[in-house]
Design a protein around this ligand. Sequence first.
Ligand code: RB5
Length: 140
Amino acid sequence: MKIAIGCDHAGVDLKRALIDSVLKEHEVIDMGTNSKESVDYPDIAKPVAHAVAAGDVEYGILICGTGIGMAMAAGKVKGIRAARCSEPYSAEMSRRHNDANILCFGARVIGTGMAEKIVEKWLSTPFEGGRHARRVGKIE
Ligand code: RB5
């Protein structure tokens, strides 16, 4: 699977840990940042969201301190359904019912183990379609 990933300064360590673990088997395009120097999360969310919206990658993953800013910024791009998840149940449902195409979480909120579980669940869960497709269509 081709996945774009990005983070701000708060998410650098978690992003690296995920690239080296649960994302190892995927084709990952790292859109930064890669230093602890402060950056503005919308500047990272934008290229990741555009890559997903354009179909250059299947999914996006965005990490900041809380995951909130990334989700807000990514959701401004047409066609993006960004879900901020702090546990696997929401991650599963965001795929099953909402067809989320960007996963966001907060490196200051969850640990590496929880993030790995969330990513695994999110990437392996299909969209159910049916009545959910109608609802997702109404978002657009
Ligand atoms: C950066 O300090 C912090 O505001 C950012 O990582 C994120 O949590 C924003 O939503």
